[in-house]
Write a protein that binds this ligand. Structure first.
Ligand SMILES: C[S@@+](CC[C@H](N)C(=O)[O-])C[C@H]1O[C@@H](n2cnc3c(N)ncnc32)[C@H](O)[C@@H]1O
Length: 416
């Protein structure tokens, strides 16, 4: 009983520290211009986003959305990109709420409600949501399980959740420096952050933090540095820990928001002598193994559903249902046609991938099918000849794995 009470007190103290931290260091840094963001979200981007989360439902843009731990602009961005949706943003930080309210006024976002409320108390909203978005928040809670449970409880049975939590191996350098700062008693005043930034320039070049300082947007300015290195509460989840975290909240893994980096058949691992051993493992063991092999993942972004969700078909290239899928190109993908590897007619790249081994070469026959994708016709219509079926299956499964496409599978098998 005593132990329980002191745990509660400790959790309360951490929650207060986290909340105070974000009052002083709102993250991401506030923005007041979302014009470019609004332009980015055209119909094509919206359609691809919907079928990422709900491949087997017809397109809809009027869902109810909860942005949990919305920070300074995320809820406003969701309201802007989904004008027909009803968006609710919650956050513990009054500063974040105030910045979001300002964006709401500036852009006339009548479809947005913002409420100062901790994630753990989301059920006090008294309603459920078809889409729950919680990125960069749960790993900062004193009891992440309680936070995720609350989000589960407000997710509609047919809803989809988008979570992002830190991953441990790529952040090893961050945890070394967090410990270093704690030992020195470094606080979060502006001068202390400046001194920290100056000291980091003296890190040895082979320190595990150095690649992050060079490449990651998480370290570009003072607020980002404070969020990464001086945060009072921060834990990370390996793939198995993340899957356990979901299971404990009665949620099931749907997919990685970008999956290629987790798949042994994509990138450099595909041509190692271990390929056959990896292929024998169940998917969740494959993801865990690939995370260890890559060794530098910083975060995991995942789509999750309730365990009691009514039956849905997942995307599969077994059987022949895939012939009825309508392929939809993901935004931020590019087709490279210069300096190609031997035999390739193009190389396909998703610009959101950070690993340079994640590119998909396609040959001339595949390129012809790829060029025929129009967002309307299903694969069976794009490749009607029986002789092309296996080429099409290999191509479209590759496009799927490499995050080039999502599929609208809601038509199921059309009469072909
Ligand atoms: C790193 S920021 C992420 C903001 C936003 N989700 C994004 O991805 O841009 C973390 C946010 O979580 C909020 N936060 C921390 N603990 C919280 C809690 N218990 N309930 C709600 N929000 C919380 C902070 O105030 C901060 O705005």
């Amino acid at each position: 009983m005593k132990n329980y009470a002191s745990r509660e007190l400790n959790a309360e103290r951490v929650a207060q520290e986290v909340s105070a931290f974000y009052e002083c260091h709102p993250y991401p840094p506030p923005v007041d211009d979302l014009d470019r963001y609004r332009k980015l979200w055209d119909d094509a981007r919206r359609r691809a986003d919907v079928h990422l989360f709900w491949p087997d439902e017809p397109y809809r843009d009027d869902r109810t959305i909860l942005v949990a731990g919305c920070g300074t602009s995320q809820a406003a961005k969701y309201a802007l990109r989904w004008p027909n949706a009803k968006v609710t943003g919650i956050d513990v930080s009054a500063t974040s709420i105030e910045k979001t309210e300002r964006l709401k006024r500036k852009y006339g976002l009548d479809n947005l409600d913002v409420i100062q409320l901790p994630v753990e108390r989301a059920t006090e909203l008294g309603r459920s949501f078809e889409h729950v978005v919680c990125t960069g928040v749960l790993h900062h809670l004193p009891d992440p399980d309680a936070g995720l449970r609350a989000l589960h409880d407000v997710l509609a049975p047919d809803g989809a959740m988008h979570l992002m939590v830190y991953a441990p191996y790529g952040r090893a350098g961050v945890y070394l420096l967090q410990d270093y700062c704690r030992r020195l008693g470094i606080g979060t005043s502006s001068q202390e952050i400046k001194d920290l930034a100056a000291s980091l320039s003296a890190l040895p070049p082979d320190h595990p933090l150095v690649p992050l300082l060079r490449n990651s947007p998480d370290f570009r300015d003072e607020a980002a540095l404070a969020d990464a290195l001086l945060h009072p509460q921060d834990r990370a989840y390996s793939v198995p820990q993340l899957l356990d975290f979901l299971a404990a909240a009665d949620l099931s893994f749907g997919r990685w928001v970008r999956q290629a980096a987790y798949l042994p058949q994509c990138g450099a691992l595909a041509s190692t002598p271990h390929q056959a051993l990896l292929a024998r493992l169940p998917p969740e063991e494959q993801y865990a193994a690939v995370e260890l092999f890559r060794g530098s993942m910083l975060r995991h972004s995942v789509v999750a559903y309730r365990n009691d969700r009514p039956h849905h078909d997942s995307v599969s290239f077994k059987g022949d249902a895939w012939l009825g899928y309508v392929p939809i190109r993901l935004p931020d993908t590019i087709v490279v046609q210069e300096k190609l590897p031997p035999g390739a007619a193009a190389v396909l790249i998703n610009r959101n991938h950070t690993y340079t081994d994640l590119y998909l070469p396609i040959d001339a026959r595949q390129k012809k099918l790829f060029d025929a994708i129009d967002g309307k016709r299903c694969i069976g219509e794009i490749a009607p000849e029986n002789a092309l079926r296996e080429t099409a299956r290999v191509l479209f499964e590759g496009l799927w794995c490499y995050d080039q496409m999502v599929f609208d599978t809601s038509h199921k098998r059309r009469q072909l």
